[in-house]
Design a protein around this ligand. Structure first.
Ligand SMILES: NC(=O)c1ccc[n+]([C@@H]2O[C@H](COP(=O)([O-])OP(=O)(O)OC[C@H]3O[C@@H](n4cnc5c(N)ncnc54)[C@H](O)[C@@H]3O)[C@@H](O)[C@H]2O)c1
Length: 251
């Protein structure tokens, strides 16, 4: 369990859910981890539970000054990340809607955090990595960015399709600089993001019935692919989407 020994990894949205599980696993694999989240209390709690190998960074990914300051502070402190997981995101269930019914503010909030926030994380990750010999950037995508997963997910699906395009473009642009960029595509994974589904037995059964493996994903299911993409075993993997979805994409 030391595949990431000597690495420093920043994970956005690491205060809970998938990001937290990935950060804890990276720490178990020997990395130093930066727990980056907008929620200061959550970031501090995860940092404290990991111990000396962790450092909290309170950051709002939709605000460039906040992202730039976070990376600047890390570089100054000798914690310049060579792995960045741009994972933070929101899905505004009950507000995201069919295009004709979608409020512009809901569209903007979703795009500002999920797409612009991921772009800003990538932009400043690339700048930090160019100064330190390269690294691995991993984005969290979604099946909704590949095909229709719900007529009401207009803003969310668009933001995730954009993230997949961002991964490919940035991967091609910086491959010769030793920077790899990939996207992990989890299926329905039970976290706080999806409580409106997990708390509704009918809605939950409907989505699980579309996963050939016959169960929902858990944050722990997403850790292994992240370790692989962060490390040297993935040295020739860049610009790709990696589904971790119990076979959902086969249907
Ligand atoms: N849960 C799923 O079924 C699922 C499926 C596919 C993709 N995803 C994606 O996985 C990622 C993580 O989702 P999760 O399920 O762990 O959700 P979650 O709600 O459990 O965690 C999201 C984290 O992001 C943080 N965050 C939100 N806005 C932020 C901002 N502006 N700046 C910094 N941090 C911010 C939150 O504070 C929270 O800690 C998201 O990008 C989500 O779209 C989730």
């Amino acid at each position: 369990m030391s595949r990431l020994e000597g690495r420093t990894a920043l994970i956005t949205g690491a205060g809970t859910g998938i990001g937290r599980a990935v950060a804890e696993r990276f720490a178990r694999e020997g990395a130093r981890v930066v727990i980056a989240d907008k929620d200061a209390d959550a970031a501090s709690a995860v940092t404290a539970s990991i111990g000396a190998a962790a450092r909290a960074a309170v950051v709002d990914i939709s605000d460039e000054a906040s992202v730039e300051t976070a990376f600047g502070d890390l570089v100054a402190a000798g914690w310049s990340p060579d792995v960045v997981v741009a994972n933070a995101g929101v899905q505004l269930f009950g507000q995201d809607a069919r295009a004709g019914d979608l409020d512009l503010d809901v569209w903007r909030r979703t795009i500002d955090i999920n797409l612009t926030g991921t772009f800003l994380t990538v932009k400043h990750a690339v700048r930090a990595m160019l100064g330190s010999g390269g690294g691995s950037i991993i984005l969290t995508g979604s099946p909704t960015g590949i095909r229709g997963e719900g007529s009401e997910f207009t803003a969310y699906s668009t933001s995730k399709a954009g993230i997949h395009g961002l991964a490919r473009t940035v991967a091609a642009a910086y491959a010769r600089d030793g920077i790899r960029v990939n996207a992990v595509v989890p299926a329905y994974t039970e976290t706080g993001l999806v409580t409106s589904i997990s708390a509704d037995p009918e809605a939950r059964a409907a989505i699980v019935s579309r996963i050939p493996a016959g169960r929902a994903g858990t944050p722990a299911d997403i850790e292994g692919i992240m370790v692989f993409l962060a490390g040297d075993d993935a040295a020739f993997a860049t610009g790709a989407l990696f589904a971790v979805d119990g076979g959902m994409s086969t249907l």
